[in-house]
Design a protein around this ligand. Structure first.
Ligand code: IVH
Length: 672
């Protein structure tokens, strides 16, 4: 018994400490996922051992007591949190519980599915249509008066057309672009960078000086109308009302019927979590019918009519076992962390980048430390920060090695640069990376050239430049260990086939700094062959869609380097045409262009429409920005996308022109 109660007490203490750090000090010490698992463990302990339960346990409360910096505000109606589920099965189980309570079939329940924005909850009160007060959640009962700061948020209307007392609740957050801009400004002023948009939003909202808040690009998204609901039948209707009053509402919110669609839509948010323009950590599912909501009611902590489906965490803490250095294809020496393996964003991570020498020093991470690891989308895992541990003995600060771990050549860091390089042009690690990159899927796509095989070819002295690959003969490969006649033939024919790859893939394969697949494709399409590209002046390069001054300058320099001239000559000699075939031009009608689709298009699901754009070389992001090429307007388009497009004067293309757009890359008419 005492073991269990000691563990419960320890968990409560830890959770309380993290609540303070997160809600009061705006500087979380551990990733959200680690916090969630502490709460989960405590709840499970309390459920299994009712004798260890205590009154007011952190497992049943919300947030943390309000700080003393701001005046306290007692909420007219408790500000609840949301219960979480962590996978599809738990989500289904929740909806089945809802159905049982309502005594109806889950397949007829109308659910709203919307993003779970990673910001802070806020309650705004209007009296006779005028803004009078804004308060944070605090512990759910008492929050902090942040009215002066909230008045400076542009997406909060100062007056709304509603009589009496109205309370609007929602989330304060920072959009991704705004977050990046804010951090740039922080750096420029010599101030501390914020770890993530949520911390930046929290820190910005809880400023003592409203002028500082005003300078922060905060947004507010409304999702709840508190008080008299008699005018509305559904959540959808209340959201429409909020939008009509001028509040921002979730752009990708949908109302669906039944479990299957509800689950599918929540997964859509997971697939698009990085395309929305702001950070989300899950999807929220809510019962749409307000009468049903009243029947379901709430616990002390959260409503029973809503649930948050949390996505796999993109941050976890783990032990740093050691720091090593790897050599890239340009000779750059990148320090990386060797970690005790953890599951992050659905896969096991045992290595993570530390970027460069300064980053290691700045984060002050040392072997033996507990660290936070982050893996988001396709981005390579990185070490974000150190988790301080009281009383822990730490190893000495890590020092960057002075010689290359691969070739023993000197490692050099030039004055004013943050990166360190192995400057030995014959370093086998550099060559290895060049060949691997050249053969990779996004470049020449040569099968059978993995790390092991390439290492072997280099050691045997058969390859010392990418062009050497094309001189390899079956007779010299077959005797190599692990190859044999059959594999050798397959490898040679795979390499052979690469000769007919278009210029764009060769450009990618060369690994020119800043020239990624999108720019490579636009450049290849614009110039058609390598010589014309190499002859182009800076102005001509910059004129290409998706090519800015940085890419243009890098390419301009690259094509003039003696090593490049020699390498290109060798590639030509082994049979590369270095041209972009014309047929591909028609197919790539939308190369490098961002086409936003909103509303339903006849004959296309949302995913199919997006795929059609991507197939033609374009992208189909979830939100409109000034880089958007056009917005295709389907049936029942999203109001916020429409207004944003109008604001930025992005062309609105009618649905009838979608196919024309795919074919030609342009349109016949636009809408007003
Ligand atoms: S509804 C009573 N909807 O997540 C229902 N909350 O972890 C109140 N959040 O306290 C919440 N996006 O601060 C709701 N679309 C959304 C949300 C959302 C983010 C926040 C909110 C809530 C917390 C729970």
């Amino acid at each position: 018994m005492s073991d269990v109660s000691a563990r419960a007490r320890a968990l409560r203490e830890q959770i309380e400490r993290h609540n303070r750090a997160y809600f009061v000090e705006d500087t979380p010490l551990i990733p959200d996922a680690d916090y969630d698992s502490l709460v989960r463990e405590l709840r499970e302990l309390e459920a299994e051992h009712p004798e260890v339960r205590v009154e007011g346990s952190v497992s049943t409360t919300v947030g943390a007591p309000a700080s003393t910096t701001f005046a306290p505000v007692v909420h007219a109606e408790r500000m609840l949190s949301l219960d979480n589920v962590f996978d599809v099965d738990e989500l289904r189980a929740w909806s089945e519980r809802v159905a049982r309570t309502l005594e109806i079939d889950a397949d007829v329940i109308s659910f709203a599915v919307e993003p779970k924005i990673d910001g802070l909850a806020l309650a705004i009160t209007y009296v006779d249509g005028e803004f009078v007060q804004a308060a944070t959640r605090g512990d759910g009962q008492v929050g902090e008066d942040v009215s002066l700061n909230v008045r400076t948020i542009r997406s909060v209307p100062t007056s709304i057309g509603a009589p009496g007392r109205v309370e609007v609740r929602g989330e304060v957050f920072l959009g991704n672009d705004d977050f990046l801009r804010l951090n740039e400004a922080q750096i420029a002023r010599g101030d501390k960078e914020f770890a993530n948009p949520r911390n930046a939003a929290a820190g910005s909202l809880r400023q003592k000086d409203p002028a500082v808040s005003a300078s922060r690009p905060l947004s507010f998204l409304a999702y709840q109308l508190v008080g008299d609901e008699s005018a509305f039948r559904t959540y959808d209707e209340t959201i429409e009302k909020l939008a009509a009053w001028g509040f921002l509402t979730a752009a990708h919110r949908v109302v669906v019927t039944g479990i299957q669609e509800m689950v599918a839509r929540s997964s859509w948010f997971e697939a698009h979590r990085h395309d929305l323009g702001y950070q989300i950590d899950g999807a929220v599912v809510k019962v749409n019918d307000l009468a049903q909501r009243r029947l379901l009611g709430s616990t002390s902590r959260a409503p029973r009519w809503a649930i948050a489906r949390k996505f796999p965490p993109e941050e976890r803490s783990t032990r740093l076992l050691g720091i090593e250095v790897s050599i890239g294809r340009t000779g750059r020496a990148t320090p990386y962390a060797v970690l005790s393996p953890v599951l992050v964003a659905g896969s096991t991570v045992s290595m993570a980048t530390l970027h460069n020498e300064d980053q290691v020093a700045l984060k002050d991470v040392r072997p033996g430390d507990l660290v936070v690891v982050r893996k988001a989308g396709d981005v390579i895992p990185e070490v974000v920060s150190r988790v301080p541990e009281e009383g822990a003995r730490r190893s000495r600060p890590w020092r960057f090695p002075e010689v290359c771990p691969e070739c023993d050549g000197p490692l050099v860091r030039r004055e004013g640069e943050s990166d360190t390089y192995c400057v030995n042009p014959a370093c086998p690690a550099q060559l290895m990376q060049q060949v691997l990159h050249f053969a990779s899927r996004g470049a020449l796509d040569i099968e059978g050239l993995g790390e092991q095989r390439v290492g072997q070819l280099l050691r045997e002295g058969l390859v010392s430049d990418v062009a050497d690959l094309f001189a390899l003969r079956v007779e010299e490969l077959a005797p190599l260990e692990g190859l044999g006649e059959v594999s050798a033939k397959a490898l040679v024919s795979g390499i052979d086939a690469a000769r007919s790859q278009p210029l764009s893939r060769v450009l990618v394969g060369l690994g020119i700094r800043h020239v990624g697949p999108v720019a490579a494709r636009s450049l290849a399409l614009a110039f058609e062959d390598y010589d014309q590209l190499a002859d182009a002046d800076l102005e001509a390069l910059e004129a290409v869609e998706g090519v800015g001054p940085v890419i243009a300058a890098s390419l301009f320099r690259y094509v003039r380097e003696p090593d490049t001239i020699e390498r290109i000559a060798r590639l030509r000699a082994v049979g590369f045409a270095l041209r972009e075939p014309r047929v591909e031009r028609a197919a790539a009608s939308l190369a490098g262009r961002a086409v936003v689709v909103t509303g339903a298009l006849e004959g296309y699901s949302r995913d199919e429409a997006e795929a059609a754009v991507v197939e033609r070389g374009g992208t189909s992001p979830g939100s409109v920005s000034k880089k958007t090429y056009c917005v295709v307007i389907g049936d029942a388009p999203g109001a916020s996308k429409l207004s944003r497009a109008r604001e930025l004067a992005v062309p609105l293309v009618p649905a009838e022109d979608f196919e024309f757009l795919l074919e030609t890359g342009t349109w016949r008419n636009t809408l007003a």
